[in-house]
Design a protein around this ligand. Structure first.
Ligand SMILES: *Cc1c(COP(=O)(O)O)cnc(C)c1O
Length: 401
């Protein structure tokens, strides 16, 4: 017998291939049925009701648990319901510590549940040297999200997990922005991983979904219980599409990262760009930790344009290969303006304090031709220079006049 262990690349491509015994379908069929017949009064089959378990969703759960190196996974109806599911692991009135700049939906959910008295939440900077110092009491859960969005701040997962465990906390990581192809938090000491599979895992912007992966069996059983109890498991057809997306995860991520790296360099050298946030640039403050805990630097980046709101408007209007939309992780390139889109609800002072200026734009770099992407960005940045120069001349005139 061969002891050769196949690569996760091979396993993600071949998951469920040629497993159909009835017809020999090479690609596993999608089981849309909401229920499964009992064999007889005394015997039920593996599955009986799709909210509880389903063969297609089960295939996806096995694939995701395998990629993250976990004991098992629960696939949910959205990334947000994955967050909700993971938060069932907090005992009543426990303390949840979360990054102040976590995903907006995470912040909203944590705040709303805390206001209802489900638990207490403490938002803080988890990239600090002593991130868990001076807590009011021992935390029940420490939530980590790295890189952060939109400023790509990097948290040292191994260090944070060790400190959280020393205080008896469970550590939950949102790994959406990198996917298990680029970062595996469980291998760095984290207990539970959540994903919005809407992003890179599905990768084609045609499914909203999520998952929670547990490192060990008793946490997995709690998650399975709560998923059933709350009724937030994912639909079979969504699972089928996500499993199809997952087959190309590794080559897609490689292409995303190659393009993002080239885009970051092109932006850095253009006069219309004030500052680029991308962990792959050696100047990025999280570069070294990212290099240690990630296998690549990802495909999300943001940057500040010279000039203010007018520059952003001009830039967005002149782009052809970047669509103005607020998601990320699909094969197509997107641009977003955090100040008026994802972070519009934030009070302006708080936006300023967290570095989300009006001239900040975020790119989700897709897998189109890099020649086209760089050409598109350069020509739009040239237009921005024209506008910014005109603004400067205009203000000189007013000063003189
Ligand atoms: C999108 C996203 C979510 C929420 O997922 P949905 O599928 O939109 O519900 C959670 N965390 C991160 C980091 C995300 O990007």
């Amino acid at each position: 017998m061969s002891s050769h262990q196949t690569s996760p690349i091979t396993r993600s491509v071949r998951r469920g291939i040629a497993s159909d015994l009835q017809h020999g379908a090479v690609v596993p069929p999608v089981y849309l049925s909401s229920m499964f017949a009992y064999e007889n009064l005394d015997r039920k089959r593996v599955h009986d009701y799709t909210r509880d378990s389903n063969p297609t969703r089960g295939d996806l759960e096995a694939a995701l648990a395998d990629l993250e190196g976990g004991r098992g996974a629960v696939v949910t109806s959205s990334g947000t319901s994955a967050l909700l599911l993971a938060l069932q692991l907090v005992e009543p009135r426990g303390l949840v510590v979360a990054p102040f700049d976590c995903y907006g939906g995470t912040r909203r959910l944590l705040t709303a549940l805390a206001q209802r008295g489900h638990f207490e939440v403490d938002f803080r900077d988890l990239t600090a040297t002593q991130p868990l110092e001076d807590l009011p009491r021992a935390p029940a859960v420490v939530w980590v999200e790295t890189p952060s969005n939109p400023l790509l701040r990097i948290t040292d997962i191994r260090k944070l997990a060790a400190e959280a465990h020393a205080q008896g906390a469970l550590v939950i990581a949102d790994n959406t922005v990198l996917s298990p192809a680029l970062q595996q938090p469980l291998s760095l000491g984290v207990d539970v991983v959540v994903h919005s599979t809407t992003k890179y895992l599905n990768g084609h912007s045609d499914v909203v979904g999520g998952c929670v992966v547990a490192a060990d069996e008793d946490v997995l059983q709690k998650l399975q219980f709560w998923a059933r109890c709350l009724g937030i498991t994912g639909a079979p057809f969504d699972s089928y599409l996500t499993l199809r997306g997952l087959r190309t995860l590794f080559p897609r991520m490689a292409a995303h990262v190659r393009n993002a790296q080239a885009v970051a360099i092109a932006l850095s050298s253009h006069e219309a760009v004030e500052r680029v946030y991308y962990p792959g640039l050696p100047s990025h403050p999280g570069h070294e930790i990212a290099a240690l805990q990630q296998s690549a630097f990802g495909a999300l980046l943001s940057f500040e344009l010279r000039g203010g709101a007018e520059s952003v408007r001009c830039f967005v209007e002149h782009l052809h290969c970047f669509t103005l939309a607020k998601s990320l992780g699909g094969v197509e390139s997107l641009i977003a303006h955090p100040a008026t889109m994802s972070h519009a609800h934030m009070p302006p002072e708080m936006r300023a304090a967290t570095g989300i200026t009006d001239s900040l734009v975020r790119l989700s770099v897709g897998i189109e031709s890099i020649v086209d992407l760089v050409h598109d960005l350069r020509q739009a940045l040239d237009q921005v220079l024209r506008v910014a120069d005109k603004e400067t001349r205009g203000s000189l005139h007013t000063e003189v006049g």
